[in-house]
Design a protein around this ligand. Structure first.
Ligand code: SAJ
Length: 426
């Protein structure tokens, strides 16, 4: 059996690797020729633990082959981005383009699974497009269980940095457009998924995916709102959260310079767009999290002496710890805002990449490693809690003004052991 994965990005590439490692013949397709060439050389274009070795192996044994145009296969998995427009509307054009691109190679008995995070209704719209392009085939929207081509929605829910383990171990929702579609999809994923597979209707599966990320966004907004409260009251938010989380039913997330990535900062808008009158909480969480970079910049401005030129070291540019992904990164946003402040020299360090992202090019920002950035600056701003920054010697920070947006140095590392009086448990 041949599986084709359309889109070899953060989700598609690991999915190719896992299917191929289970012995299926995998055809990876990407419109980006450079990605195709790289994969065919057994190399990867993203940072994800253990993925490089796996790709190297499955390309060497011929189980994974990459192409820039779709090839015939028995199952197609669409894993392309669904970004949002400037005015926060979902953009499903890549999904529809992917559907258009596979239409001509589809044959009776094939399965099409949409994995991309999508607004409710997208699977049905995509199927309508396929039906229009291939009037010779029956699709489940019009033909139900009699369809020639089966279609389902089954979202990925893996955490960047833990993609391979989570792909295998997480449960999955499968929303078939017919019972047979769900069954075939479940059979396909059971080749590698150790978690449980739950079938439902396509629209519910679409909303489930959006809901998971909206839930996290709201919870992070709560932590960020608490950070603002603690700042008003001159209290340590990290300590307050740590102690509140000692309650058996409280589990507050961590404050941050904002929520980044292509998922949590985007997906709630797909729900808000679909139900604008019923999403006050989600909309306000979005606002709270989006305003965080600006509040970090205000905190920095309060430390600046406008009468002289100062140097600031910005540590970390990715959207979260230990990855190279800078999409929607609040750290990049902070640095961008800082670059408009006169008399400020910015030195940035990001251990997971070799250069500045293009949004920050041409702004006079120096890119170097963390230690030399710290060495040359007056103010250090920790923007991402990368493991490398955890190793920074506190001596190096001694004479610096410090803004620690992740609580890494000021709380997580410096936790006061004498504040705990041991209980009698265990
Ligand atoms: N963040 C905080 N405080 C926290 C946790 C995270 O500010 O306590 C920030 C991070 O720094 C980052 C952003 O939130 O900027 C998102 O990071 P994340 O680790 O929460 O999530 P992602 O975007 O890497 O992956 C999420 C995951 N969704 C959930 O946990 C509900 C993942 O399982 C999804 O598969 C992924 O989105 C996706 O692709 O949709």
């Amino acid at each position: 059996k041949t599986v084709s994965v359309i889109g070899m990005g953060y989700i598609g590439l690991p999915t190719c690797a896992i299917f191929a490692s289970r012995g299926l013949d995998v055809i990876g397709v990407d419109v980006n020729e450079a990605v195709v060439e790289k994969v065919n050389r057994g190399e990867i274009h993203i940072v994800e633990p253990d993925l490089d070795g796996l790709i190297q192996k499955v390309v060497a044994n011929g189980k994974l082959r990459a192409f820039s145009t779709p090839q015939p296969a028995d199952a197609f998995i669409i894993a392309v981005p669904t970004p949002m427009t400037e005015d926060h509307k979902p953009d499903v054009s890549y999904v529809l383009a992917a559907a258009r691109s596979i239409a001509s190679v589809l044959k009776r008995g094939d399965l099409v699974v949409l994995e991309s995070t999508s607004p409710v209704g997208t699977t049905r719209i995509m199927t309508g497009l396929l039906a229009e392009l291939r009037p010779d085939l029956k699709f489940p929207v019009a033909h139900g269980e009699e369809a020639d081509v089966l279609v389902a929605y089954s979202p990925e829910r893996v955490l960047p940095g833990k993609v391979l383990t989570e792909l295998i171990n997480n449960d999955r929702s499968i929303g078939g457009l017919s019972r047979k579609s769900s069954e075939r999809t479940a059979a396909l994923y059971s080749t590698f998924v150790a978690g449980d597979l739950f079938t439902t209707q396509a629209e519910s599966a679409e909303l489930v995916k959006l809901t998971e990320n909206a839930f996290r966004d709201v919870n992070i907004a709560f932590a960020n709102e608490l950070a603002a409260v603690c700042q008003d009251l001159s209290l340590n938010v990290w300590e307050v959260i740590d102690l509140a989380n000692r309650h058996p039913r409280v589990n507050i997330l961590q404050p941050s310079p904002g929520v980044g990535g292509h998922c949590i900062a985007v997906d709630p808008y797909f729900i808000i767009d679909a139900a604008p009158n019923s999403t006050r909480l989600m909309a306000s969480a979005r606002r709270i999290n989006s305003e965080r970079p600006l509040s970090v910049v205000r905190d920095i401005q309060a430390l600046l002496d406008p009468s002289r030129k100062q140097t600031i070291a910005c540590l970390g540019l990715s959207f979260k710890a230990n990855i190279d992904d800078m999409r929607e990164s609040p750290a990049v946003e902070v640095v961008k805002l800082l670059s408009d402040i006169p008399n400020l020299k910015i030195i940035a360090a990001e251990p997971n990449t070799h250069r500045l992202p293009h949004e920050l090019e041409g702004k006079g920002i120096v890119f170097t490693d963390a230690l030399s950035a710290i060495d040359q600056c007056d103010i250090v701003v920790l923007l991402v809690d990368h493991r490398q920054f955890n190793l920074v010697d506190p001596e190096a920070l001694k004479d610096k003004k410090l803004i620690d947006t992740r609580g890494l140095w000021t709380w997580r590392k410096a936790r006061k052991p004498d504040a705990r009086i041991e209980g009698k448990k265990s």
